[in-house]
Structure formats: C-alpha cells, structure tokens
Write a protein that binds this ligand. Structure first.
Ligand code: GRF
Length: 196
C-alpha cells in the first residue's frame, strides 16, 4: 500500500469543510498533513489545533501586496510537502503565478453548480434566477476564478419558497459529503497509478 495522499487544507473562516475532510481521512486514502489559515481568528484553526493538526497562519493583513502574500503562502505550503492543496473557504484571489505553479495540485470547493454562479452570494442568486437545481462543485484552480476543470459535483432540487440561508445550509451539507468523496477518489486514482 502506498502512503496516503498528503493534503494541505487552506482556510479563512468557519472550517466546516476542513472538519468533514479531516473526519474522512484514512491511512489508505488521504491525510491532512497541515492546515493553513489566512486569518489568525478563523474558527477552523481552533478546530485544527484541537485535533492536533499542524497549523500555520499566513495572515493576509501582514503583506503589502498579493505577490508577497502568495510567496509566503507558497513557502508555508511547500514546508508540508503536500501532494495536493485543498482550498476550503479560502477567501482570497490568488495570483496567476501562484495558480500556474500549483497547476493540477490545487483544488477548491465552490457553492454552486459551476459554470453557473461563479463568485459570491451564490444561493441568493440561484433563488433569484429561479433555477430548479443547485449544488456544489469541486474543481481544479486555474487563473480564471471558479473556472477550472470540474472534478465532482453534488446537486439538489431547489424549493422556490426557501430562503438563501436555508438553501445555503442544504448545500453546505452536500459539500461535506462531496469534498471528502472527491479527495478519496483522487487518492484512489493515485494508488492505482502507483508502480506495482
Ligand atoms: C463553503 O460554502 C465553500 O463552498 C465556500 O466557502 C464556504 C466555506 O465554508 N468556498 P467552511 O469554512 O468550510 O465552513
């Protein structure tokens, strides 16, 4: 058996996807090698510490520009020597240089069925557009924000009477199944590709 896929999870806030990812980590699948937060007060960071995970804060307010921030972030990521970097509620736009450097190793979860509703406030926009289906997408990160190749999606039927908050809660529950499932699939593919 090959070693588990080494994952770094990058967060900015609540960290509920981090929690779901961590709870589904298995020695024959993937492991959370480290957690990086762009905010020192992210609730997800407290969870990571309580679980004994190795954490780093790369505080966005400490860097004068995006290039300097991304260089510091890359240094923190590389210190964990990860196979894959999973953005989970990371609230910053990354520079093109950073994204290209990690091409194929950088993934993100977005709360809509991409390519529908890239950007923010997806649940309200989905309700206003009157779509029948909504959901979440895990995708590779490319320089086009929320535009990279799709790895997996989870969908639900929209109730036109529900509020954006209600819809958000239902989509978030889907995210917590989708992200670990996609990671397990990527880890499995890697195992199969390993030399016998
Ligand atoms: C999720 O809805 C995710 O799709 C989006 O940001 C939110 C993060 O939530 N990118 P959490 O921090 O994982 O709880």
């Amino acid at each position: 058996m090959k070693a588990p896929l080494r994952l770094v999870v990058v967060i900015s806030g609540r960290g509920s996807n981090l929690l779901a990812i961590h709870q589904h980590a298995r020695p024959d699948s993937y492991e959370v090698a480290g957690v990086i937060s762009s905010r020192a007060d992210a609730p997800g960071l407290a969870y990571a510490r309580a679980q004994g995970l190795t954490t780093r804060v790369v505080d966005s307010r400490s860097y004068s520009d995006r290039t300097a921030y991304d260089a510091a972030l890359a240094e923190a990521i590389d210190a964990f020597a990860p196979d894959l970097i999973a953005l989970a509620g990371f609230m910053r736009i990354l520079t093109e240089g950073f994204v290209k450097h990690y091409a194929g190793r950088l993934i993100n979860i977005h709360p809509s069925l991409l390519p529908a509703f890239p950007g923010l406030d997806t649940h309200r926009r989905a309700l206003e557009a009157g779509v029948r289906e909504h959901g979440a997408t895990v995708h590779y990160v490319t320089p086009v924000v929320d535009g990279g190749p799709i790895i997996g999606q989870a969908r639900l039927l929209v109730d036109p009477k529900e509020t954006p908050a209600q819809l958000a809660a239902r989509v978030l529950a889907l995210e917590h199944e989708l992200y670990p499932a996609v990671l397990a699939r990527l880890a499995q593919t890697r195992q199969q590709d390993a030399p016998a």
